[in-house]
Design a protein around this ligand. Sequence first.
Ligand code: UD1
Ligand code: UDP
Length: 385
Amino acid sequence: MMKAVVIAGARPNFVKIAPLLRALRAEGVTPTLVHTGQHYDWAMSEALFADLGIPSPDVNLEVGSGSQGNQIAKVISRFEAWLDEHSADQVIVVGDVNSTIATTLVAAKRWIPVAHVEAGLRSYDRTMPEEINRLAVDAIATWLFTPSADADENLLAEGVHPSRIHLVGNIMVDSLLHSLARAREIPVVDRLGLDRPFGLVTLHRPALVDNDARLNAVLGALREIAVDLPLVFPMHPRTRARLGDAAAMHADGRITFIDPVGYLEFLHLEAEASLVLTDSGGVQEETTVLGVPCLTLRENTERPVTITQGTNRLVGLGPKEIVAAAQSVLASKGPASLPPLWDGQTAPRVAAILAAGTPAVSWVPPAIAPLIDKRMTAIESTEPR
Ligand code: UD1
Ligand code: UDP
């Protein structure tokens, strides 16, 4: 029987693997789940496993936090050691986090074919750690499962052979549609004592939260918005670590700073919010599907369909622009929208393709073949006769 190893390490990965594990089982494949331990707080890991009905991982590599290089190195060495003891016919990775690239490298070097779910997204900003991960994973994975047509275009522009690209839709939407009815029943608004209407905030990108001046300026903008619309802000641990007591300082009753919440509570807050302010990737997508206006506090996005076909607006990090955008959004709500194939059936599409076995892909893009021929000819002509 085919042995499929599914990798997850960080919060957004858990949302993506839940439907994938179900769909693989429906295809008769019993997946092995490897948790790298990149995220480890209860609220960042177990809480999502419980809400999403994900079984306990077969192994937790417990890599924990570290610098970019250190964290990737730990995943590489521990996943390689695990593979020494366990076989794998396919390794399935999702998203763009450090666990994604590290496990892809290990598998590819063992000639184990890698499937990348959420391939092809590009912010074209290489100062983002995730952009380096996306480029590297897509260069060496066998199957590239893309969420939207722009991702296909990005890959084709990089010279990827079309036979490796499979447009399957957005797997986050599978989890969202699967969980929304249950999420709506969760009494989180009462638990937190929030007044309606309210806005929801999440921020965790290093470009924003690791820069004190930018973070303080954005907090100032949030305080201004909160005068008209109270805000609830589940804080990512990276953000909590940077804000520390500053969060208490800014908490004047209009912004409710809380720990991260589970997936169902978060989905409830997202669905009920009048406005979402975020720098998260997944939240840009979820708000599009929920039809909730989203302001993305970044200079770029790897998810442009959430703007062209969804409810998202890229507003940058300027406080004046953020406040003005919030005011104009509150005055006019946009309609909900489901980009093509964001229909809750992405995981079954992926599983059906994977269950069919490894394709006879050409590992060498056609554009490179003449270069190899040229080099081989040169080598042959210099060989001693
Ligand atoms: C990672 C991903 C990012 C993703 C985000 C989702 C990379 C390069 N980044 O960023 O793409 O959007 O996850 O949430 O892979 N920490 C805890 N407890 C935890 C996890 C983290 O306290 O359970 C703290 C630690 O201080 C750690 C910091 O958060 O140093 C950052 O964690 P890390 O996994 O390195 O990066 P994220 O910012 O979470
Ligand atoms: N999420 C959650 N609890 C929270 C904040 C977010 O369950 O307190 C979920 C959210 O619904 C989405 C995912 O986490 O599915 C997004 O993860 P995150 O923003 O950490 O990462 P990104 O998508 O930016 O990589």
